[in-house]
Design a binder for this molecule. Structure first.
Ligand code: GLY
Length: 352
């Protein structure tokens, strides 16, 4: 194995596919953790609606958004699977045109109603982001896994990594609860679990979610992003998110969390109060102190970092895969992406 990727979420899988296409022999070691972001996410592709401030992160998210159509077309053609990619636009209704990092088009109330009838009367208008959209993150995960398998990526599944070992500035092996793995190069894509393996400040930020079933023909026309976000899948399922809780790896949904989600969702689109709840779940966003990802080289020559994508991991998958693949294929890490490097945090990086 040339390259071992630690972590089989969206980032690990996307990087694996990109590297396997460039003739590397790639393996992925992936454990069984409840609440992975790949499963829990809503799949919004929302750099505008998330109101990212101007700067490197917004540029990175926009660049990834632009890659989405071709990235998905190639993946769907290679696997024969749908990923639910839908450039449906995102509408952010608002009670007033307050200041913020708005990059969308302001719609007045009649224009808002044309886009989406039935929104709460409290809204005076809304921001419209026609180039934002969504992908079904669960279908995307399955497609990436199939693509990786077809490209010969080896999966070491159900193996929780317990330790990474080093000697003389190099990673020497990865120890799982079952066995050990060696490779020439290692990529860390461990999301919210990163701080369990080394002293990088990536922690879980819990989100509770639920899904409703829209009556036939009454599904929303696009994503609605207000106090809660409402993400309509093409089959009428409506994904509602999300809480944002600093509670470590506390599992499960709570009455309080679901109540707050439902109140916010109904306050946005009152008709959904009558729709059946078909699923509830939770997951952990991998958050860093500055809410920016950690990408690129590490102090160990043969370990590259791809973690901490926080609220934008699904969106950032194509650009992360491209950047990490370019780097491992000999390109220098881009200067303009130094804001993503681990060195911005104080202290030395240590393996536990
Ligand atoms: N990207 C939406 C969220 O993290 O809740």
């Amino acid at each position: 194995m040339d390259i071992l990727i630690i972590g089989g979420g969206i980032i690990g899988l996307s990087v694996a596919v990109a590297l396997a296409k460039t003739q590397h022999r790639v393996g992925i070691v992936t454990g069984d953790f409840p609440g992975t972001a790949a499963h829990a996410a809503a799949g919004m592709l929302a750099p505008g609606a998330e109101q990212l401030p101007p700067g490197g992160m917004r540029d990175l998210c926009q660049a990834s958004l632009q890659r989405y159509p071709d990235w998905i077309a190639e993946l769907e053609a290679a696997t024969g699977r749908s990923t639910g990619y839908w450039l449906c636009g995102i509408l952010s209704p608002a009670t007033a045109q307050t200041p913020g990092h708005h990059t969308g088009i302001w719609l007045n109330r009649p224009e808002l109603d044309q886009h989406q009838p039935g929104l709460s009367k409290q809204f005076s208008g809304g921001w419209w982001y026609p180039d934002n959209g969504q992908v079904d993150n669960r279908l995307l995960t399955q497609a990436l896994r199939q693509a990786a398998q077809s490209l010969g990526v080896s999966f070491f599944s159900h193996e929780n990594v317990v330790r990474i070992e080093q000697a003389h500035g190099q990673i020497t092996q990865v120890i799982t609860h079952q066995t050990s793995h060696q490779a020439e190069h290692y990529i860390l894509a461990t999301g919210a679990w990163t701080h369990k393996l080394l002293s990088l400040p990536v922690y879980p930020r819990k989100g509770q979610m639920l899904a409703l079933q829209a009556p036939p023909g009454l599904g929303l026309n696009q994503v609605i992003f207000a106090d809660a976000y409402l993400v309509p899948r093409r089959d009428g399922r409506l994904v509602v998110g999300a809480t944002s809780e600093d509670v470590g790896f506390q599992e499960g949904v709570t009455a309080d969390g679901l109540l707050s989600l439902l109140q916010r969702a109904i306050a946005t689109y009152p008709a959904l109060a009558a729709w059946p709840v078909i699923e509830t779940w939770w997951g952990y966003r991998p958050v860093t102190p500055d809410e920016l990802p950690i990408l690129g080289p590490s102090p160990w020559e043969n370990l590259t970092l791809a973690t901490g994508h926080y609220r934008n991991g699904i969106l950032l998958a194509p650009i992360t895969a491209e950047l990490i693949s370019n780097y491992l294929n000999g390109h220098p890490w881009p200067q303009e992406l130094s804001f993503c490097r681990w060195e911005r945090f104080s202290g030395n990086l240590e393996l536990w």
